[in-house]
Design a protein. Structure first.
Length: 160
């Protein structure tokens, strides 16, 4: 019987999480994910020294930094206008992705969002909710949902 190789899971976002509380939650879920599947977190350089009104420029700079880390990845961009899934749907989807040799890369935008060029490369645009969350909250929510999906796939208990 052919043994499957571990899923290659990548999560990318611009900048480091500044809030100690969000960072603690991020590390908590990332450690749990890594107990179940290999997972790489890539925090690319964020655009600095620009004002909110320069959002397009911010997105373009961050897009270049994100794209340096994308090869043949199956790209999933988080977007409030993306496809919605239940936790069980996400688990099934992750299970399907595990069968593919292509790495799976989840991309969370910075405060300005994701550039059109990154969104165009996406194989899937995924929404965690129709509501808009801060990018730091979105990071934690994504990690929690990935952990939940992996526990579902592995038949492990996850308190509701």
């Amino acid at each position: 019987m052919k043994q499957r190789s571990p899923m290659r899971l990548k999560i990318l976002w611009p900048g480091k999480t500044r809030s100690r509380e969000w960072k603690t939650l991020q590390e908590f879920y990332l450690a749990r994910i890594r107990q179940l599947e290999p997972c790489e977190l890539v925090e690319v350089k964020e655009a600095k020294g620009l004002e909110d009104w320069q959002a397009e420029k911010v997105m373009q700079i961050e897009a270049k930094n994100l794209e340096k880390h994308l090869r043949d990845d199956y790209i999933i961009c988080l977007l409030d206008r993306g496809k919605e899934m239940s936790s069980e749907d996400l688990a099934r989807f992750i299970g399907e992705r595990m069968a593919s040799p292509r790495p799976t890369a989840f991309i969370v935008g910075g405060f300005a969002g994701l550039a059109a060029g990154v969104l165009e490369r996406a194989d899937l645009r995924l929404s965690l909710s129709r509501m808009t969350f801060s990018h730091e909250l979105c990071r934690v929510a994504l990690l929690e949902q990935l952990y939940r999906a992996l526990t579902i796939l592995k038949g492990k208990h996850y308190a509701k």
